[in-house]
Design a protein around this ligand. Structure first.
Ligand SMILES: *Cc1c(COP(=O)(O)O)cnc(C)c1O
Length: 476
């Protein structure tokens, strides 16, 4: 499989190069040259999560990672999860029109958010490829909270990787921050930036755009601009489909996804391209509703970020939307480049009505406010004793209100463990959910925080300082 850039003018790469490159040279994101078909679904029934994962992802890595190596990497990645099912599916009653409703729990990995599903794999793939090539990389990432800890856990103490994670100072939860700042590994640097998540993401993009810097320090990406993350997420859409198929007569399923950077739901769209019978993909946003507005009007327009109880979705620019735009624009890289340039310059851009129609034939988008999410945490708890985190609650709130065919089951994705957002849960339910045993002493561990200005120079200087020390260490 070869990978092409959404902006059409970067080199076409194989899997390992696309993995290490993250962002393409022309500022675009990598996508596979074509969508391979899923293996026949009957053949996957009854298989373990890891077996399904290998079968689904194999066409994307074939030729670049030997089969037995890939099987081991996948198996190791998912053995870090707390349940053998990896991503268990839980029934949650019915939607307003009477469709079966499920929650797919994606948060049983080491850092309690769905990011682990992809990053546990990506960290190990980095390790394999870098060892093969005798190279090292410096991962630079931005986090609205959960990517950072998941990436850090995935690469901590790995010899060939340094990691610098930028997070918006004061805008991540205490649990999220501590999960990053209490890791006592010398290759890990958690960096507080004076700014928003979008500022952090812009800094990362700018650093990757500085090709001289990128080559000097061997930058690698773990944000969902990295194709391998999207790839790993395709798997659980297939697993959820299979796990819910037994009780249902309709072939089709709708997924409702709490969305920020559009990476998770894009993986659902990819699963559909590969043949998974998905009826609709529903974007669920909090009050930061750029996606809802875009899918309603065809206009993508930046507005200020509003802090909400679901901070991992408090963003205004959804990077991965570019991958979808590339597809609906007929894979015309120049058209995408022009569109993104207008968006950058004006803070706003529109797509033609025929494109909007095409998008709306597959996607719905809704946004809900904090009060609605809180009410859903309460009602779900009263009905089922399941404790939702506020991100998952946004999606359940949207899913419960969906119209459409009652025979089409609806699967909402639960993206974080409730203990990651104890304040919001306490406000709704009056108690704080407990952290799982492996994190129970999180608040006793000591923190290590670095600081950077909201400027490219400041971030580049910080990365260089760590790189030189780790190179010195490996020389010694
Ligand atoms: C990252 C994250 C999201 C948003 O996912 P995207 O792939 O950026 O759309 C939603 N919920 C939680 C808990 C997250 O960590």
């Amino acid at each position: 499989m070869k990978y092409v850039s959404t902006r059409g003018s970067a080199p076409v790469l194989g899997f390992a190069d696309a993995l290490l490159a993250g962002l393409a040279d022309d500022g675009g994101l990598y996508l596979p040259e074509f969508w391979p078909a899923l293996p026949p679904l009957e053949e996957l029934r009854g298989c373990s999560y890891s077996e399904i994962a290998v079968a689904v992802m194999w066409p994307f890595v074939q030729g670049e990672v030997p089969r037995d190596v890939f099987e081991n990497i996948v198996h190791d990645s998912y053995s870090t999860f707390e349940t053998d099912q990896v991503c268990p599916l839980v029934p949650l009653g019915r939607t307003a029109v009477g469709a079966d409703l499920y929650v797919l729990e994606l948060f049983h990995g080491p850092t309690l958010a769905f990011k682990d599903v992809a990053l546990q794999l990506v960290g190990r793939l980095f390790d394999y490829v870098l060892t093969q090539r005798n190279e090292r990389i410096c991962i630079l990432g931005a986090t609205s909270g959960d990517t950072g800890s998941a990436a850090i856990d995935a690469v901590r103490d790995r010899e060939r990787v340094d990691i610098c994670i930028l997070f918006p100072h004061g805008r991540v939860s205490d649990v999220q921050r501590r999960q990053m700042t209490t890791v006592a590994a010398s290759n890990v640097h958690a960096v507080a930036v004076e700014g928003t998540f979008d500022d952090c993401q812009d800094l990362v993009k700018a650093a990757f755009g500085d090709t001289a810097f990128r080559d000097e320090v061997h930058l690698g990406a773990v944000n969902s601009i990295n194709w391998a993350r999207v790839m790993a997420q395709i798997v659980y859409y297939v697993v959820a489909y299979l796990d819910s198929a037994e009780d249902n007569t309709s072939d089709e399923v709708t997924f409702c996804v709490p969305t920020g950077n559009f990476g998770n739901i894009l993986a659902g769209w990819a699963a559909k391209q590969m043949g998974l019978p998905i009826d609709r993909l529903v974007v669920a946003s909090n009050r930061n509703d750029i996606l809802t507005r875009f899918f309603t009007t065809g206009q993508m327009q930046i507005q200020g970020v509003v802090p909400t109880t679901s901070p991992s979705m408090d963003i205004q620019v959804s990077s991965n939307l570019e991958r979808l735009l590339f597809e609906v624009l007929g894979r015309d890289g120049q058209a995408v480049a022009d569109l993104m340039a207008t968006f950058r310059a004006d803070g706003s851009v529109s797509v033609d009505l025929d494109i909007l129609d095409q998008l709306r034939s597959e996607f719905d988008a809704h946004s809900v406010d904090d009060a609605t999410a809180t009410a859903v945490i309460q009602s779900v708890y009263e009905r089922t004793s399941l404790v939702l985190d506020p991100h998952s609650a946004v999606a359940v709130a949207v899913a419960e209100q969906l119209g459409g065919d009652p025979r089409v089951r609806v699967i909402t994705l639960a993206t974080a463990h409730p203990a990651k957002f104890p304040d919001a849960v306490e406000e709704a339910l009056g108690f704080r959910p407990e952290l799982p045993a492996h994190l129970s002493d999180l608040f006793e561990r000591s923190e290590r925080i670095e600081h950077a200005q909201n400027s490219l120079e400041s971030v580049e200087a910080l990365v260089r300082s760590h790189l030189s020390s780790s190179l010195r260490a490996s020389d010694a």
